[in-house]
Design a protein. Structure first.
Length: 409
């Protein structure tokens, strides 16, 4: 099968996030399929951008996957620069549609760029080649920017996104949702429910077999913290407003003799949180810079309890599929999840405690509860979490489910 995967933000182990397109494509290539990934030359989530020199596009092969990078302008934040970047990418793919259809001869065209506007060039390629059209949904746009970003439904950008989303539900042969509770909503926007399939986020089991060591500074800091002899609560990932890290800070402030908290990562809220920690003299929180993805298993080895939180928002009723939670579970960590959502992997797998979001008292009680368990009981809970991920969230499993959804169509 020849597969064209359009993902504006696609990355690889060479470039950094986002990783899902790479891992799925790698499994499809291993199964004998040919995969052409179409992506933008600049993405805010990548660690390294492809070097196009003075070319308008660059073709390269990574682990058997054919990538084509289209030149797009750099940007910062979520302003007009990011919109221009989107428009540039969409125009480049649409302009290249006939060549892609002729040379790749796809059997399947997948639109998968977080935002839904890539459904238009994807549909053009699919029509030219007689291929199946697939729309893969990461987050529910425009609901997510409306509810999390406070944008009006009458904002020109939101109107543009809504029109594209409705087009995707009307015309896609298959809709793959990474969230488990979206079917009713999508049907309300015009989707034939029989086209809906659920394929969540995943992990690469191979990366957990021989993890990379921690950078020296992070390792030294964690050894210093562990020497205090109290449980270590870890958070890894984005330090953003939606991650509700103030709640963790509030909980830690009342536990300064009971637990140490380590927050690893970066994001728009990091500096404000650091100022708050200093101003309030919260001595049991350490903030560390991001570590390489390959070192996450080694980092989590130094943690006793892992934390994940999100603000209370209606959009989470459709479910969550955060990569950091899967990492925690793969590391056999007990988890405190302060999220109210349509699904609850922590409770489903019996690997920790789920508490209401933005509730420092509940977070504190959960940490104390898990800290009071024996090491053997925590290890048993952590083992259940890992078994849950291995059964449901490894990329060989997910890649197969994706292909089965296409065959069903």
């Amino acid at each position: 099968m020849n597969i064209v995967l359009i993902n504006h933000y696609a990355g690889s182990t060479r470039h950094g996030m986002e990783f899902r397109p790479y891992y799925l494509a790698r499994e499809w290539v291993r199964a004998g399929h040919r995969v052409q990934v179409l992506s933008a030359s600049f993405s805010h989530v990548r660690t390294h951008q492809p070097d196009l020199g003075d070319r308008s596009a660059l073709d390269e092969t990574i682990d058997g996957i054919d990538y084509r990078w289209y030149r797009t302008p750099a940007y910062q934040g979520n302003g007009i620069g990011r919109v221009v970047n989107m428009l540039s990418f969409l125009h480049a793919v649409r302009r290249d549609a006939r060549r892609i259809a002729r040379e790749v001869q796809p059997d399947v065209v997948i639109a998968s760029s977080t935002y839904p506007m890539d459904i238009k060039p994807a549909r053009k390629i699919a029509k030219l080649s007689g291929a199946k059209l697939v729309y893969e949904v990461h987050d529910l746009w425009p609901l997510s920017p409306m509810e999390l970003g406070g944008m009006s439904k009458w904002h020109p950008f939101i109107l543009w996104v809504q029109q594209a989303e409705d087009c995707a539900y009307r015309h896609a042969d298959v809709v793959i949702s990474m969230l488990p509770k979206t079917r009713d909503y999508m049907e309300s926007r015009g989707l034939n429910g029989s086209k809906w399939k659920y394929v969540p986020n995943g992990v690469d089991e191979e990366e957990w077999r021989i993890p990379a060591p921690l950078p020296g500074e992070a390792f030294s800091e964690l050894q210093r913290i562990r020497a205090k002899g109290v449980p270590v609560v870890g958070y890894t990932g984005t330090h953003g407003l939606a991650n509700s890290l103030d709640s963790l800070l509030d909980a830690a402030r009342e536990m300064q003799a009971e637990a140490e908290v380590v927050m690893v990562g970066t994001g728009p809220e990091r500096e404000r949180l650091l100022r708050r920690i200093r101003a309030e003299c919260v001595a049991n929180i350490t903030m560390l810079p991001p570590v390489p993805k390959a070192s996450i298993p080694a980092l989590l080895e130094e943690v006793d309890i892992a934390f994940i939180g999100l603000q209370r928002q209606k959009v989470f009723q459709f479910g969550i599929s955060p990569n950091k939670l899967l990492d925690y579970m793969m590391a056999r960590k007990v988890v405190v999840m302060a999220i109210e959502s349509g699904n609850d992997p922590v409770t489903e797998s019996c690997c920790g405690r789920t508490v209401p979001p933005e509730d420092p008292d509940a977070i504190r009680r959960a940490i104390r509860d898990l800290s009071g368990m024996t090491a053997e009981d925590r290890a048993a809970m952590g083992t259940r979490g890992r078994a849950y991920v291995l059964a449901n969230h490894t990329y060989p499993v997910l890649a197969r489910r994706f292909i089965e959804a296409l065959d069903h169509a």
